[in-house]
Ligand binder design. Sequence first.
Ligand code: PLP
Length: 288
Amino acid sequence: MNIAYLNGSYMPAEEIRISPDDRGFLFADGVYEVVRWYQGNFFDMEGHTARLKRSLGELRLEWVGADTFPVISEELIRKNDLEDTPALIYIQVTRGAAPRSHAFPAVQTDPTVYAFARGFDPDPGKYVAGINILMKKDIRWSRCDIKSVSLLPNILCFQEAVETGNSECAFVRDGYITECSHSNIFFLINGILFTHPESENILSGISRRKVINLALKAGLQVNEVAVAEKDIDKVDEAFLTNTSAEVAPVISINKKKIGNGRPGEVTMQLRAMFAAETAILRNHKQTH
Ligand code: PLP
């Protein structure tokens, strides 16, 4: 039986009930977070909790229990017998249920906090050959740094990617490549790694930061500088980063080959370095 979390209680997922007046449903007035479980430890739980708290703060959404996210996550892993399985925790916090009005609800309105754990198959094999991605105009709002549940442009772009045989969709804003529907993107040009700087135009990925640190450790020069769409022909390697894929080599964008059309050497080195870090997480199991 799948056990989920709602507002302080753990219960069978099918018993979860959320009001149709919930502002998450009516306005997408909420934030979320996704953290990966590596059979023994979470990946940078501190970083994910800090980002959740930042997103809540930016939306002036108060959840006094935000610091309990790690505890809720561990409980969900335990209650769902996922200790020895690759898994993800999803948490969503909305501004609660209240009569529909654009103004914030009365101060005593409790946020809605919903979380679940899900085992998943990371299937590293699917990245060996590299992935193809689509690239489209970034039609999202101007606060992409907030991990808000308002994801319509991301969904539309990703769906188009799926329907056209691609694995992800990158966004271009004012001529510059920002990020993807649910990943950050890196480019290798003349031996230098480029990725869009932290700004209101991208989500600051936990994996993005990890990869930057790994690249610096490997002696690479990293420029947190956006790459222009017009410079895509200069790109030797490209890859995506996110919580579930870690580092995913990109071999084409809008059907145009990147480099030699195969996963790049630097990309695969960074992918291996990331895997080595997560292997440590697996080997040092916490006691439950
Ligand atoms: N950018 C966007 C828009 C995302 O939704 C995500 C993850 O869902 C990322 C980047 C990657 O973030 P992380 O590495 O923390 O998973």
